[in-house]
Ligand binder design. Structure first.
Ligand SMILES: Cc1cc2nc3c(=O)[nH]c(=O)nc-3n(C[C@H](O)[C@H](O)[C@H](O)COP(=O)(O)O)c2cc1C
Length: 170
């Protein structure tokens, strides 16, 4: 697990090799096993493999070409109606729950030799049209999935001292 965490990168170049069905199932199952508030699991992942649909999804994601090049594109949806409504007394859990699920998936993918890349630059209304996503369901993220055709360096991170404080906010 620590190796997957330490070596995962955002992959923006993919081989044409298809993702074997058993590996696809395995990474989707990693998402399924993620925790969620009150165990509500208020999310769905749409697995896009049809080339025409992938092209449209890519257009809806500002034309980020690595999406259409990957054999699989995942579209992560959150379902506010099914979510725990008041995390900390003020927010719905659907984004948190969906995000944890996709993070489980990205690490499982890395462990199995597959690459992913979180994509936030997308037009939600366009994705909803293309994929038939109901009005009250939100698109949280998109990610390609496939065999990496690049090995990017680790991008910089803040020091632990900047990110962590002890006993009070600092
Ligand atoms: C919420 C979120 C949205 C992102 N959106 C995009 C995106 O639209 N396009 C892209 O190429 N990378 C996107 N990224 C990838 C980040 O640029 C990347 O995670 C960051 O630079 C750190 O690099 P690493 O993932 O290789 O460690 C996104 C990452 C996150 C977490």
């Amino acid at each position: 697990m620590m190796e997957a965490i330490k070596t995962r990168r955002s992959i923006r170049k993919y081989k044409e090799t298809p993702v074997p069905e058993n590996l696809l199932k395995e990474v989707l199952n990693a998402a399924r096993l993620a925790p969620s508030a009150e165990n509500a699991q208020p999310w769905k992942i749409i697995v896009v493999m049809d080339v025409l649909v992938k092209q449209k999804v890519t257009q809806a994601c500002n034309g980020q070409k690595f999406l259409v090049q990957a054999p699989v594109v995942l579209v992560l949806c959150g379902i506010p109606e099914e979510a725990f409504p008041t995390v900390g007394g003020y927010m719905s859990s659907h984004i948190i729950d969906a995000t944890i699920a996709l993070d489980h998936l990205t690490l499982a993918a890395r462990a199995l030799g597959l690459g992913t890349c979180w994509v936030a630059k997308f037009k939600e209304d366009k994705l909803k049209d293309i994929l038939g996503i109901p009005e009250d369901v939100r698109v949280i993220a998109v990610s390609p999935l496939g065999y990496p055709d690049e090995s990017p360096e680790r991008s910089p991170r803040k020091n632990l001292e900047e990110l962590i404080s002890y006993d009070r906010y600092a």
